[in-house]
Design a binder for this molecule. Structure first.
Ligand code: GDP
Ligand code: MG
Length: 440
């Protein structure tokens, strides 16, 4: 019997609406997965809060388990947060369209500059000029010149002794005079964010009026991603994000962190050191990677199953012992409401159409369920556990508290008595009773 009840209750909680317990259990696993994927803590918090709000009470699709339903909602919300597909670099401006690359040292700015230039040159037959504004690292300008030779893209001639802003101004002039379609400015980074770096970026921006400012960030950036994105966006103002080293072990949590705090689109992904290793951003692919779909689905399912199993086992025990008080009745009514009221419950069971009509005829509708819950919640704990103690004066007080009448309370008590008797019968294995018929 316990097995049968277990599977029945499991089946029932598999439909209806997601409960707070289903969602909380599932979100514990989701939170862990996001943190493992290196999503920044504050983003994890705001994200899971948002999901919880959407998920509790959400209708569970047929033939899906609650845990799977939560994962689906998490996945959809993740994709929505990560943003729209295929937002590419915007060239819709008078030539030369200037693209400024910003980011920390070693994030991949120079490499990505070469990749983007190569792509525009080859695929769209654009005339591209690249200029290195990195006067800090000794060989930086030379590095870009070599990339230009490799890819067949023009680079601004190097004049030793010039500062970054001077080079930016010279590059803009050269691009205009040379009739280039696109100018890419490859700036210098620092090992960490500091004021001189931000001041330098702001000045370069002011002197070269870029149409796009792309923040280049390593996908392995963990908790720093939030600070990084906020600083660059707040101080310089970015128009998009390029995530590099997506070919590595990282699960790309930085994408979610940076997108969440700036709202700016992720435009491209760097997937290797080679000049062709540049890909469009697909939110659902990155979402799968962040969640580690395979693991998370099974983890979340297990968490949800445990809850269902606990509930089912507890209820089965109560039924067998014949102890079924008004607290249990309130639980049952709550479950019924979750499953779309009595009508919804009946509709799920084969061969009960006739009984459904009878119940509707008897006025056992959802308003009744609500009234019954109101009555039970107006009782003291003692009264709920001991329905027999409900004499006239107590009934009057409860009726006043719940906005009902003594007759309503009597109806509830009668229903409880019938259900308790029936459960005792089911528990002792005597005849199916009404519930047995319903559940069979
Ligand atoms: P910058 O200091 O921001 O200009 O960074 P660089 O472009 O010089 O890149 C630093 C290192 O990262 C170089 O060794 C690049 O080859 C490497 N790199 C850049 N992008 C990627 C990428 O998407 N994947 C991999 N695996 N390596 C990359
Ligand atoms: Mg560089």
């Amino acid at each position: 019997l316990q097995d049968r009840l277990g599977s029945i209750l499991n089946g029932l909680t598999g439909r209806g609406a997601l409960s707070e317990a289903d969602v909380s259990a599932a979100l514990r696993e989701v939170r862990r997965a996001l943190l493992e994927a290196d999503v920044a803590l504050e983003v994890v918090r705001s994200f899971t809060d948002r999901v919880k709000e959407k998920a509790v009470g959400a209708e569970i699709l047929k033939s899906i388990k609650p845990g799977q339903m939560v994962v689906k909602i998490v996945h959809d919300e993740l994709v929505a947060t990560l943003g729209t597909e295929g937002v590419s670099i915007d060239l819709n401006a008078p030539a030369p369209v200037t693209v400024m690359m910003v980011g920390l040292q070693g994030s991949g700015k120079t490499t990505t500059t070469g990749k983007i230039a190569k792509r525009f040159t080859e695929r769209q037959k654009k005339r591209v000029l690249m200029a290195s504004l990195d006067t800090r690292r000794p060989a930086a300008q030379e590095q870009l010149r070599v990339l230009g030779e490799q890819t067949g893209v023009a680079t601004l001639p190097i004049i030793p002794g010039q500062g970054p802003v001077e080079i930016a101004v010279r590059a803009s002039q050269a691009a205009r005079l040379g009739g280039y379609d696109i100018l890419i400015l490859d700036t210098a980074g620092r090992t960490h964010i500091d004021e001189p770096l931000m001041a330098e970026m702001a000045e370069i921006k002011a002197r070269s009026t870029p149409h796009e400012i792309l923040l280049v960030a390593d996908s392995l950036t963990g908790q720093d991603a939030v600070n990084l994105a906020r600083s660059f966006d707040g101080r310089v103002g970015i128009t998009g994000i390029v995530l590099t080293r997506v070919d590595g072990d990282g699960r790309g949590g930085a994408a979610l962190s940076m997108r969440a705090v700036t709202g700016k689109p992720i435009k491209l992904l760097g997937t290797g050191e080679k000049m062709d290793a540049l890909e469009e951003f697909h939110p659902s692919r990155v979402a799968d990677r962040i969640l580690g779909m395979g693991d998370i689905v099974s983890l979340v399912e297990r968490a949800a199953e445990n809850i269902d199993a606990e509930r089912a086992a507890a209820m089965a025990k109560k039924m067998q012992s014949g102890k079924f008080d008004l607290n249990d009745l309130a639980d049952q009514i709550g479950q019924m409401q979750k499953m779309g009221g009595l009508g919804g419950l009946m509709g799920m069971m084969p061969g009960v159409a006739k009984m459904k009509d009878q119940i509707a005829g008897a006025g056992l509708d959802d308003r009744l369920l609500k009234r019954q819950l109101a009555i039970i919640s107006s009782m003291t704990a003692y009264e709920r556990a001991n329905p027999d103690a409900l004499k006239h004066s107590r009934k009057k007080r409860i009726a006043a508290g719940s906005g009902t009448s003594s007759a309503d309370i009597n109806k509830l008590l009668k229903m409880h008595r019938q259900m308790a008797d029936m459960m005792k019968a089911v528990g002792k294995g005597k005849g199916p009773g009404i519930m047995g018929k319903l559940m069979g």
